[in-house]
Design a binder for this molecule. Structure first.
Ligand code: ATP
Ligand code: MG
Length: 287
């Protein structure tokens, strides 16, 4: 019987490649031959990688050449293929925005009526204009969109923004954010059971990596009289581990805190009498 494997398409080279390979590595998946090949077999998981341009990934997943793929949500929405967005991956965050020349008197979306808008995302832009009842001329461009207003080729642009530095250096200002994007895992709908089980297994590993990244392991010492207060400050996974120290009347507490609550929890713990606080990263977390 044929050994089932999961075929995953990732970007060959570009802004998503490193993040995709890093995530797989954190999931215990390495690749055998380099990225210079079209395909690579993985170690540590029944997985085959296909390296493609990100533009091509939605179609290959829709056609079933790959069961799943990793690419930006922006590209998934633009291509609008029959694929399911399974999970946000948290890297390559950016947004799709409308920008106009810095000195333009932008008074709201109606400004865009009858304007020329250059973009490499014509489908998403068209949807935005239609939803808002706006009429504008869409100029699809594949190269450097940001230079078009300066050259007199467009009145506005619709492009990816991350820091805003490119807009700034081209004399543009961001006026509408239309889509928040990040790398996502997509899959072909209705995968055969065996392949779907592998996909679920991969998702389980990705969740463990994400939870670990959002949490820290915390160790601290406290005298017996202050234990109750300190325990009430520690959210923990279930409840903290408490171990007696060699010194009479002192205890060591171990727990997990969320990255977001971290600084506030530390301040409160110090105030409540915790000492020798250590915070360490967690590599994997399964709850
Ligand atoms: P390909 O050759 O594969 O078609 P590309 O030129 O289309 O590559 P990249 O520039 O590598 O694409 O960007 C890939 C994706 O990374 C984008 O679709 C977007 O989701 C995300 N991205 C783009 N620019 C940034 C940025 N400045 N910061 C973070 N993420 C970004
Ligand atoms: Mg591309």
């Amino acid at each position: 019987m044929k050994n089932e494997k999961l075929t995953l398409a990732i970007q060959k080279s570009g802004r998503l490649s490193e993040g995709s390979l890093k995530l797989l590595k954190q999931c215990g998946i390495g690749i055998q031959n380099g990225r210079n090949h079209l395909k690579a077999r993985a170690n540590g998981f029944p997985l085959e990688l296909i390296f493609l341009r990100d533009d091509d990934i939605p179609q290959y997943v829709e056609d079933g050449v790959a069961a799943a793929g990793i690419l930006g949500l922006n590209e998934v929405r633009e291509k609008n293929r029959n694929v399911t967005v399974v999970k946000g991956l948290g890297f390559s965050r950016c947004r799709l925005s409308v920008a106009v020349p810095r000195d333009a008197d932008y008074y709201g979306r109606a400004f865009l009526n009858n304007k020329r808008i250059a973009t490499s995302y014509p489908a998403i832009l068209k949807e935005f204009l239609d939803t808002n009842g706006l009429q504008a001329e869409i100029h699809p461009i594949s190269g450097s969109v940001e230079v078009t207003p300066g050259l007199g080729l467009a009145d506005a642009i619709f492009e990816i923004v991350s820091s805003g530095g490119t807009l700034l250096s081209n004399g543009l200002k961001e006026v509408e954010t239309v889509l928040q994007s990040e790398a996502v895992l997509i899959a072909k709908p209705g995968l055969p059971d065996k392949v779907n089980r592998l996909l679920q297994k991969l998702l389980f590993r990705i969740s463990a990596v994400q939870k670990a990244a959002n949490n820290k392991y915390i160790l601290l010492n406290a005298p017996k009289g202050k234990l109750d207060t300190i325990i009430s400050l520690l959210p923990g996974v279930k409840s903290p581990t408490i171990m007696p120290l060699a010194m009479e009347g002192w205890y060591s507490l171990h727990s997990v805190v969320r990255e977001d609550d971290f600084w506030e929890v530390i301040d409160n713990l110090k105030e409540a009498g915790a000492e020798g606080i250590l915070v360490v990263p967690i590599e994997k977390m399964v709850t």
